[in-house]
Design a protein around this ligand. Structure first.
Ligand code: HEC
Ligand code: HEC
Length: 477
């Protein structure tokens, strides 16, 4: 049995050796064939049939099942975690989960060790005014800190061989992905890079974990992304901003389990409730705007919206429609880096991994060179806006002259019902001038690669009155 500290030092040495191997080109590039199968055209996305599921069973599975089935031993977690805030408890949680915050799930592993791990809700739920909104992307998640710090801290409280083994299993995974999942800005989410990093270490056919990478790793710096809300999936025919997620959504969305599922059997166990989870999250309703709305102005906004925006974003109300359109980069004009990175060929080895995995027959990784015009249901809650979260409010989304070059969220978070978004401060300078690491992480700097706030100028030609009316209308969706 390796002591945990020795274990992590050894991993460090192995990792350094592997890095040298990549540099010398020692890993064979296996991928050759027709890359077109990993691309989608821009324009309308066609629907694919989805496996039916039971939404109630899906919620139960989402908040109770260990689809991320490695983590920290419960006793060690208790030593480092603050007392659970009662506002973080969710209904319908069973056993130990009933006392854990909504973003953690506990289960007992094969060695009889109780372990706790993050679940989907760490990124896909957030509080607004002390209410947990399941499905809302958390705009304040902090991925700027090296996760290995937590692993080491937890390790100090791990006792006994079984618990040490459980900790080590989790520590090994984090060690492998840590270099690829640190973001520069609070609120920006590294999930895409996280998936690629895991595929780097897993055999797609057996799901066996390999300490040494099997593919060239993804870039170290994740492209900045804001987490989208789940309730849009009820209307979307493909998953993700670039519509890369084609085919069976339930299987694609559970790729988060790649962190720990070490065999095809484990993947199948998770797949047994995946369709239920899909049914739950595609049936979610957006939260209603909790402050007053000027109904007359909103009604006026509806007409302006339908004349200027519905072509891409659809219509709302009694007979809703949604066109599922991907707008090419040169037309939408928002930051191109994400869609370019996904389609320039540099990530095709991961799309091939998906193709070769047990889900390969039913899911396909095929991004388009553009961004989906999303449904706007519950858009008031989804700030900051655009795929990279570069625009802090609906007001500035509708009038590009108001978009700040440098800004940061107010702390603690307060929603601003006038502007439509989290209250923020406009700053004079960007990250370069920040006094320390913590401040640097809080600053949203639109001059950095991937962070640009231009494009989507559809509100600019409207009058002030029309913009105010659309803003009011958007609060009602
Ligand atoms: C580390 C944070 C993180 C975790 C954990 C996570 N996600 Fe996500 N999720 C994201 C981000 C970021 C995106 C947007 C990526 C993109 O569009 O390219 C996303 C996108 C999605 C989407 C597509 C939404 C859309 O409108 O296209 C679904 C569905 C989804 N996640 C489901 C899940 C489920 C189910 C789990 C748990 C098994 C999960 N996610 C775990 C961060 C996360
Ligand atoms: C030509 C198609 C098109 C038109 C017209 C259009 N949009 Fe969009 N819209 C998009 C696309 C594409 C995105 C996503 C861009 C991105 O994330 O980089 C988007 C994003 C948005 C967002 C932010 C969504 C998010 O994920 O944060 C809002 C709000 C929005 N549009 C509102 C409007 C309004 C209001 C109008 C009319 C004044 C409008 N749009 C007109 C295509 C369009």
């Amino acid at each position: 049995m390796k002591h945990w500290l020795v274990g992590s030092l050894l991993i460090g040495v192995v990792a350094a050796g592997v890095a040298a191997a990549w540099l010398s080109g020692a890993l064979p590039g296996r991928f050759a064939a027709d890359p077109d199968r990993f691309r989608s055209p821009t324009g309308e996305v066609a629907a694919t049939p989805q496996r039916p599921g039971d939404p109630d069973e899906g919620y139960r599975a989402l908040v109770n099942e260990p689809y991320v089935n490695c983590g920290m031993p419960y006793e060690a977690y208790r030593r480092i975690a603050p007392k659970t805030d009662p506002a973080d408890l969710l209904p319908g949680r069973e056993g130990r989960n009933a006392e854990l915050p909504y973003f953690m799930t506990a289960h007992v592993n094969a060695d009889g060790v109780e372990v706790v791990s993050n679940n989907c809700l760490v990124c896909h739920a957030a509080r607004i005014d002390d209410e947990i909104v399941v499905g809302l992307g958390n705009a304040f998640d902090n991925f700027t800190i090296d996760p290995r710090r937590l692993v080491t801290e937890v390790g100090r409280y791990v006792r006994g061989p079984e618990r040490s083994a459980a900790w080590q299993h989790w520590a090994d995974r984090i060690e492998a992905i840590a270099p690829h999942i640190q973001t520069e800005t609070i609120g920006m989410n590294p999930a895409t890079n996280l998936s690629w990093a895991l595929m780097t270490h897993r055999d797609p056919q057996t799901m066996a974990w390999s300490e040494t990478p099997l593919l060239d790793p993804p870039p170290e710096r994740p492209v900045p992304l804001r987490t989208p809300p789940w309730w849009w999936m009820g209307k979307k025919n493909a998953m993700f901003y670039t519509t890369i997620g084609r085919g069976d959504h339930s299987r694609y969305m559970l790729f988060a389990s790649l962190l720990c599922a070490d065999s095809v059997e484990e993947l199948q166990e998770i797949d047994a409730y995946a369709a239920d989870i899909r049914a739950f999250l595609e049936g979610l309703a957006p939260p209603a705007f909790p402050w007053d709305v000027d109904e007359e102005l909103a009604q006026e906004g509806k007409a302006v919206f339908e004349a200027n925006c519905s072509n891409c974003h659809g219509t709302y109300g009694e007979t809703p429609s949604y066109p599922n359109r991907v707008i090419p980069l040169d037309r939408i004009g928002t930051d191109p880096l994400y869609a370019q990175t996904m389609t320039d060929g540099t990530l095709d080895r991961f799309y091939e991994w998906v193709e070769r995995s047990p889900h390969g027959g039913t899911v396909r990784a095929a991004p388009a060179e553009g961004y989906i015009a999303p449904p706007l249901d519950g858009i008031w809650a989804v700030a900051p806006y655009l795929h990279n979260g570069s625009v802090p409010s609906l007001q500035s989304l509708l009038d590009s002259s108001l978009r700040p070059r440098f800004w940061r969220h107010a702390e603690p978070p307060v929603y601003d019902p006038e502007k439509g978004g989290w209250r923020h401060e406009v700053l004079e300078t960007g990250k370069g001038a920040a006094e320390d690491r913590e401040m640097r992480a809080r600053i949203y700097d639109t001059t950095l690669p991937g962070y640009a706030n231009g494009g989507h100028l559809y509100g600019d030609d409207l009058s002030d009155r029309e913009r105010a009316a659309i803003l009011e209308y958007l609060k009602t969706l």
